[in-house]
Design a protein around this ligand. Sequence first.
Ligand code: NFS
Length: 660
Amino acid sequence: MREELKSVDPAAQSLLKVAAQKKIETSFDRAERLKPCPIGHQGACCKMCHMGPCRLVGKEDEAMGVCGASLPVVTARNFARMVAAGTAAHSDHARDLANTLLAVARGEAKDFQIKDVRKLNRVAGYLGINVEGKSVNETAEKVALKFLEQFGQQRGELAYLGRAPKKRQEIWKKLGIAPRAIDREVVEMMHRTTMGVDQEANNIMLGAMRASLADGWGGSMMGTDISDILFGTPKPVKSKASLDVFKEDHVNLVVHGHEPSFAEMLVVASEDKELEAYAKSKGAKGVNLVGMCCTANEILVRHGIPTAGGFLQQELGIITGMVEAMVVDVQCIMPAIGELSKKYHTKVITTTNKGKMKDAIHIEYDEHHGLDLAKKVVRLAIDNFPNRKKEDVSPANVKPADMIAGFSHEYIEYMQGGLYRGSFRPLNDAIIAGRIRGVVGLAGCNNPRICQDSMHNFLARELIKNDVLVVQTGCSAHASAKAGYMTPEMALENAGKGLREVCEAIGIPPILHLGSCVDNSRILTIASAIAEEGGLGDDIGGLPAVGIAPEWMSEKAIAIGTYFAASGVPIIFGAGSPVAASKTLKDIMENKWWDMVTAGFYFEEDPGKILELTLKLIDTAREKLKIRKYEPGRFGTERVLMDMAARRAASFATPHGENV
Ligand code: NFS
């Protein structure tokens, strides 16, 4: 297949050509070579016990496993297990962060500090912890312990459910899907879907919603909040995105994976003067730290560290021949990079006992010695610089795109009214007036079975053209960043008139980078704030908002999609349906869920149809809310309150000293 059909990113295309010339097989090639099993792909393969695996082919009401399991039950169980796995991934990430917060609070992890005390106090408030008379560390300890309790508590419900609008909480209660504890919901889902337990598809899917809510309003939300407390709440920051952020004259160190705490230490170590001198002694000008996947998003939104992109860039990064070391932790790390690294001088370094890899060096991360370990890794990368082979160096030769990232709930609130009067009023008013047609969360992975970034980029462009405000996370955000869509100027040229005016007035680009995939929780709290601000109903359900993951591949994406639907946001996934085998499942997710949680979950592969459905869902929500009918091109002549230049002059100092 031609490179242009594999990716729309010119840098990726260029590296794919290098791979082809060198006869290096990548995931793009393997996706062509390995056709997915059609039965498993649609959710019709049951391998819950050793009487099978059973392939449930044939008519929906006739297909059956050896035990008698029906097709809807098998499909629902497979889906529910994906939700449980995704929830486990995000939540285990949060657990590690909660332990780090506890260690910091107790003075046992001296390299970290509580960077955002304001956020700590706000979070303490959500958790019902009285901060009066307590030192910062005492509050942090209480918060960390409360968070850890959320995993295994035997009574009650997750504390963060209280952050959802009252109406939503009532819906969850009525359906019996309010999660009790994170671990419990994951364990229960595994139990219910094992051989011979839950035999009713609708009930299994209710369980899946409950487990997913333990992710969205549990693990993911905690992950976001603890990261903000420890490492700082994001605010706009400038950076660059491309496979060409590697520097030929520097030691290139890639940090890839998901958890931010070691990455924070690597940021410090990569700027260490002694290590810089050491790099110079080896013939390099310094150390160039670059991010990949969601770790990239974490250090991008807080420090402006450039990103080499998302999931499908990891092999291509190594193929540039310029990566001295790739440090990985958990999730979305392709096993293929171990073998690939042997063809180059690149060292792959694993950092957690949970995720080891053949052909990698293992340096176990421990927050109690974070900086020392980070320095060890940087030193290792520097030592590897002289091993770089000139003949292997293949830059993509595509200028990295400029970008602005770092829009948090707190910042969006702030920019609509300042530090003490922050609100969502201007945004709500703009939606009510029809300047903004609706809001879309564009998120999720890349998948080598789909031309890389093609759907993300198409949808981002078309949505803003249709006056839809786009918020992005994960690899979807990387796609827009690389395409140069995350600058106010670029995107404003393409946005519809109404949206453009609002963006100029409050000083935001029409495509907002909200962070990593756990930061999808920011979208939940923003949606709650919009609902509570007034004028757009009193629930997340019913808002003119849609979530889309057009190129998904991970179980985590399924957990995210499910918690959004269960929270009232309709969801559309591209890249094929894991429940396609069962019409009953399709009916449950597209129709019954509307009656239960006021949102549906759709699978649609055609990007044009995804766009159409998104706009239809938004317009229907507007109609039901009885707000002004959206009319394209209605706005565009009125006075601009504060243009982008003025807003910039008001300035925000980024951690790297640039003004945004
Ligand atoms: Ni999300 Fe982030 Fe990317 Fe997909 Fe993987 S990196 S957690 S799962 S591939 S968006």
